[in-house]
Design a protein around this ligand. Structure first.
Ligand code: FE2
Length: 384
């Protein structure tokens, strides 16, 4: 018990130091937002109402006045075509059900799809533009992170691959971009888009086993041609804990920063690995997400795009992303959820803290050591 309390005190001291440091750095933090975009994104069938719940919590914590608002504009067909194929764009804009383009089953045509597509792509481009122009140092696009969409196909609740759009736009000025994806599902759309590139390093940490969507993400898939060693897959077992995510991230981030030397960073913060998520696979809390973000922001001055992704326990997703946003601002926020329209969703704890479950972490010490020695990480580490 005493050990546990000491641990908590040390963690809280570390958090305070980080907040002071981030506060002193005075980075300009952008937030992609318009009421229209919140309303339209809330229509997404896989996450009905989530954008609204997340945004209202951020608002309730009084974070809005400290943020630089990046208003999404409507993307043109040319904007969408930066990544997507013309025929696919046409099918999306015509809201046409189509087996060929994957517009069925988990990606159904829904009322508002056209507007959703135009605004999501426009938001992705504006988020990148805000970093390109130096208007902001860090930009949060929490409706983004739709990593399963391919250039010609909707997949896994993803219609527009905003990650690829943002990266391609960022590439107009930044030569090397690192994209780190913490969503529980493999970032297959992003991987395939940059599989042959040595300028975009894609890293995906995900659950990987027979029958788990999308079924890709083997440790053996390391990129091809010039892209060999520039795609890193980190398949994880069930029960992943904050402690192990932090350990793995520290190794990976240090390797990326010192060896790949990116000029910009994209962090996909899919929240479906949080404790409480209906997937019931991992046991993460806001603490490890905050830690990963703080490492990126405190150890580099790189332009940074923070995206959302999955996350099907909506109040926990809101807790996690609000904490990350507050942390980027260098603000310590109260653990008591403020009174607002959705306060009832946070019962019984009414706390910003996410409760872990008692599920064991099956990612053993020896497995993590083995992961760190994979060909891809070893290759990057050996460049030191
Ligand atoms: Fe996911």
């Amino acid at each position: 018990m005493i050990g546990e309390l000491a641990g908590k005190t040390a963690a809280s001291q570390y958090e305070n130091q980080m907040l002071v440091m981030l506060g002193e750095m005075k980075k300009k933090i952008g937030y992609v937002y318009s009421e229209d975009y919140i309303r339209i994104s809330s229509l997404l069938p896989s996450n009905k109402g989530r954008s609204e719940i997340v945004h209202r919590l951020i608002e309730a914590y009084g974070l809005m006045p400290d943020l630089v608002i990046v208003a999404p504009r409507q993307a043109s067909k040319k904007g969408l075509a930066l990544f997507h194929d013309e025929e696919y764009i046409q099918a999306l804009l015509e809201e046409k059900e189509s087996e060929i383009f994957g517009l069925e089953q988990d990606c159904p045509v829904f009322e508002g799809l056209r507007q959703y597509v135009i605004l999501t792509a426009g938001a992705a481009l504006e988020a990148a533009n805000s970093l390109l122009s130096g208007e902001v140092d860090v930009c949060f696009h929490l409706q983004g992170g739709r990593h399963h969409a391919k250039s010609d196909e909707a997949s896994g609740f993803c219609y527009v691959n905003d990650i690829c759009l943002s990266i391609l736009q960022l590439r107009k000025r930044f030569a090397r971009i690192a994209c780190i994806d913490l969503d529980i599902h493999h970032g297959d759309g992003t991987e395939s888009a940059f599989y042959f590139s040595n300028q975009v390093l894609t890293v995906s940490l995900h659950r990987y086993c027979a029958g788990f969507y999308p079924g890709t993400g083997s440790i053996e898939d390391i990129g091809k041609g010039p892209g060999k060693f520039y795609n890193l897959n980190l398949p994880m077992e069930r029960g992943l804990s904050d402690e192990n995510l932090k350990k793995i991230f520290e190794t990976v981030w240090s390797s990326i920063l010192h060896n790949f030397k990116p000029e910009a960073v994209v962090l996909v913060s899919g929240a479906d690995g949080l404790a409480g998520d209906p997937h019931k696979e991992w046991n993460l809390t806001e603490e490890s997400f905050e830690h990963c973000l703080e490492l990126i922001l405190s150890e580099s001055n790189l332009p940074c795009l923070i995206l959302g992704g999955g996350g099907y326990h909506h109040p926990n997703t809101a807790r996690c992303w609000t904490k990350m946003l507050a942390s980027a601002l260098g603000k310590k926020v109260s653990e008591d959820i403020p009174e607002h329209k959705y306060l009832h969703l946070y019962e019984p704890s009414f706390s910003l803290k996410i409760e872990k479950t008692s599920a064991p972490d099956l990612n053993t010490e020896s497995y993590i050591t083995k992961l760190k020695q994979t060909q891809c990480i070893a290759k990057h580490m050996s460049l030191v």
